[in-house]
Structure formats: structure tokens, C-alpha cells
Design a protein around this ligand. Sequence first.
Ligand SMILES: Cc1cc2nc3c(=O)[nH]c(=O)nc-3n(C[C@H](O)[C@H](O)[C@H](O)COP(=O)(O)OP(=O)(O)OC[C@H]3O[C@@H](n4cnc5c(N)ncnc54)[C@H](O)[C@@H]3O)c2cc1C
Length: 513
Amino acid sequence: MNDQPGFDAIVVGGGLAGMLTALELQPLRVALVSYGRLGESTSSAWAQGGIAAAVGDDDSPALHAADTVAAGAGLVERRVAARLAADAPGAIERIASLGVRFDRADAAHYALGREAAHSRRRIVRAGGDAIGAELVRATVAAVRERAAIERFEGGRALDVVLDDSRHVAGLTLRHVDGTTEMLVAPAAVLATGGIGGLYRFTTNPTLSRGTGIAIAARAGARLADLEFVQFHPTALDVPSDPLPLISEAVRGEGALLVDEAGERIMAGVDAALELAPRDVVARRVFAVRQQGRRVFLDARAAIGDSFPLRFPTVFAACRRFGIDPRSEPIPVVAAAHYHMGGIAVDLQGRTNVGGLYACGEVAATGVHGANRLASNSLLESVVYPERIARDVRAAGGRRVGPLSRTRNEAGAAAPAAAAAWEELRSEMYRNVGVERDESRLFAAAARLAALAADNPSEEFRDAATVAALIAHAALLRRESRGSHIRLDYPGRDDAERHRSFLSLADATLAGTA
Ligand SMILES: Cc1cc2nc3c(=O)[nH]c(=O)nc-3n(C[C@H](O)[C@H](O)[C@H](O)COP(=O)(O)OP(=O)(O)OC[C@H]3O[C@@H](n4cnc5c(N)ncnc54)[C@H](O)[C@@H]3O)c2cc1C
């Protein structure tokens, strides 16, 4: 393969999925493109809980797959979930061999955590609540050791370049100094992360704006399940952007959700109270705040003085804003946290465009359905890179043919004003967020189109495109299921029990993107 011009593959994304793909592709020649330095401003580095894998003595991949299917509210592809759960233990061993220091019970066993909707203890952890930092530390070190991985840190991927047969031939990127470059390769892997940055309140890095979805859509890739955006009920409500996450485990230890008057807000809403499914709790937190009341997580009685020891990351975040969870309730808000939808891929991570792959949060594999089972997302980010690398190798380094288009060669338009970003993100939180209805979704689509027309910069255009596609998908699903709540269609509808697929052309025709 090395007699090909340029690279054997281009990988976009300096998070876990992108870096592991570059490593799995070794010894091929790989270009690794990331906005910032590897691992910086990634959701991967911020992960607190762990990676789900059936490695406990009382567990099995079949049980893990069954829990995944149950969480996904009828839309999980069973075959995909079964394969993911089956590959999980091997994937954990592979990344342990990179030098990741997982928490261990003894030499032969991992110390396993338990999370909501998992029927067994199966969360592989590191550093207590600091799995992400440990994964990123070990992976960045491994990537830096590989001479065949050329890093383009500070590069922003703009577009996939296709040849005359509509197969990947390369990728354009813009460097920090404003210049553009075209990298040539017969395969490209998009691992650009989530979309939380499109929302006013998010736990994701603010640059997680779904550019990979926009790039794939322009290349003709199919998208799937875009309407399913998971909101986390307990982001720390402080003047910060993004917002620190207060892990579900704090509620698991007995912390209570209360309003300003100290009244329990989950009473009468769900029998499981604070431990109701994430979407139910997020909806309640959102609704109470819509009424103009603030919401707090009160950990004083349940956790009290042991807070710093049990939740060091959360404690440090609270202290940065002068909050002491040992002696006062923690203010919280529902925030965009995870995108179940994205670029539609098959079991090998392939899109419908030849040579174009996606993995990590930007991919829609079919495993999450309408609601993700906690800790399955890092799992996807460690399982799919190996499958993609195998497929790229099997493709055997197809020659790059004559190029049919290169885009964005012109100078960049002026960046959009902060006010435009603020408006886009507020519009998404208000009208394409926790609760939706037809008139608000139409209004949002119109406003997003107007904002895009007024702000032609590449970054804003990509963000507005993805935001409009999410609004479009949310309009099409006329029911409430999992994380997608339609006030005008409050129940589940069996006729809608199918995944949703769309292309940029569908949304453009409908006038929403
Ligand atoms: C606070 C928090 C806690 C979490 N905890 C857990 C957990 O315990 N367990 C779990 O399973 N999941 C957890 N998740 C979710 C999980 O962390 C993510 O789904 C996963 O890390 C995504 O990895 P990724 O590599 O796909 O994306 P990221 O890690 O977000 O990396 C994306 C990369 O792409 C780059 N990029 C994007 N667009 C471009 C472009 N156009 N050009 C160049 N580079 C680009 C970014 O700069 C970044 O380097 C958590 C998420 C958050 C935010």
C-alpha cells in the first residue's frame, strides 16, 4: 500500500476513537487531524464513569447486549448490540496493553462499577472517576511514539474529496494560519465526536459541534437517528461554558433532587425518584426550571463529609465555583450530553460512500437506539477502530483516481460573531432540546436557516447545517420515544418503531437545511 501517493488513510479526531483508529491502522501511513493538540478539548478526556464490558464472573456478553437493547426504547439493532458486547472484553485487553491503568480488585480482576440500567457490575474504571484522563494519557503517548502517524494538530477538516467514481480520494483541511491543504488517501475516517456544543447548556467541549456530520452529509453519506440527543439531568449550574458534569453515581449514592424550597422534585413523577431513567429526570429538571425555579442536588445527608474521597473530580469542580457539597446543595441544570445519532455506519464502520468510515460518538451504529446505555459510548470508541482498520487493510489501498472536486480552496469567510453562536445555541436548547413540538421545531428551522445565511463562515455553516438536520429529524418523528420528547405526540407509536435515516438532500428538499 505504501506505493500510493499521500497517505494510506486520513483520520479526523484527536479523541479516543480517532487516536485508536490511527494506532490500529499501524504500520500504514496515517494522517491524524485534530482541531487542537491530541486529547485536548475532547469528550474522551472528560469521561468519568468507565467502559462497559462483561468481564465479571457473574456476567456475559448476552446479558450486556440485553441491557443495551432494553435501554434503547425499541430501536436498538440487536445484532449490532450482540457484536459490540461480544467484542468488549477483548477490546479492554487490547487497550490495557497500550498502558492504560485500569482500577483492579486483584491481579486477575478489574474493580467493576455498577451504573443505572446495567443488570451487573460491568463498568471498567480508572483512577476512580477519571477514566477519560487515563485513556487519553496512554493513547496520546502511544500515538506520539508511532513515526508512521503524521499529526496535523491545529488542523480543521473541511471536506472529503471524492474521485470520479465517488470514492474517497482525500480530505481538505484548514491550518491555524488560515491556509488550506489537501491530503490524498483512499480512505478517510471521521471521529469528530458529539454535538453538545450546538446547545446553550452542554457537558461537551464547546467545539463538539458535529462538523463530521456536516462533512459526511456533503459527501452524500446517509445519516441516522439524529433526533436522539441525550440530556444529562445534573450538569453543574454555574457561569461556565461548558458545564461540569455531576455523575449519576452521586444520585446512586442517595443524593436528592430538590427545588429552592427543599421540596423533592421527583416525588410523584416516577416511582424510582432520583434513579428514574436519565431522560425522565432531565425532563423534570428542565420543566421545573422552565417554571422559574432553580434545582439542586442535595448530597449533605447521603454523602456528606466523604464527598471529596468518593467523587474527587466532581468535588474539585464544585470547589472551583465556591460550592461545598458537604455543607450546601449543588445547583444543577439539564445539559446536552450525548448524541445517539450521527453518520450511519455498518458493523465495519463503513458509510455508504466508498472509502469513508466513521467511529466514536459521530457514528450511528444502531447500538444506542433512542437512548444510550451508560458507558457504551467509550466502548464503541474502542471496538470500532479495530474493525475499521481491518476493513481498510482488506480494501488493499485502492489507487486514488482522478479527482472530481476539491472544495473550500478559497479564503475563509470572517468568523461568525459571538452573538450568532449564542443565538444558535439558545434556539437549539429552547426549541430542539429536552421538549419539542411541531411549531417550535419549524420556528427553529427557519431561524437556523436565516442565521446560516447571515454567517457564511465554514464553522458556523457546518454547525447550522447539523442543527437544522437535527430539527428536521425531530420534526419527522411524530411520537415520544427515549430521549426524543414531542409535547404534541406524547406517547410511543408502534408505527414509528424504526430507526430514522436521512440525507442532506432530503432535508434541503424539505427546506429545513
Ligand atoms: C463529561 C462527560 C463524561 C462522560 N462519561 C462517559 C463515561 O463514563 N463512559 C462512556 O462510555 N462515555 C462517557 N461520555 C461520552 C464519551 O466520553 C464520548 O462519547 C466519547 O469519548 C467520544 O469519543 P470521540 O473520540 O468520538 O470524540 P471526542 O473525544 O470528543 O473527540 C473528537 C475529536 O475530534 C476533533 N474534531 C472535531 N471536528 C473536527 C474537525 N472538523 N477537524 C479536526 N478535528 C475535529 C476534536 O477536536 C476532538 O479532538 C462522557 C462524555 C462527557 C462529555
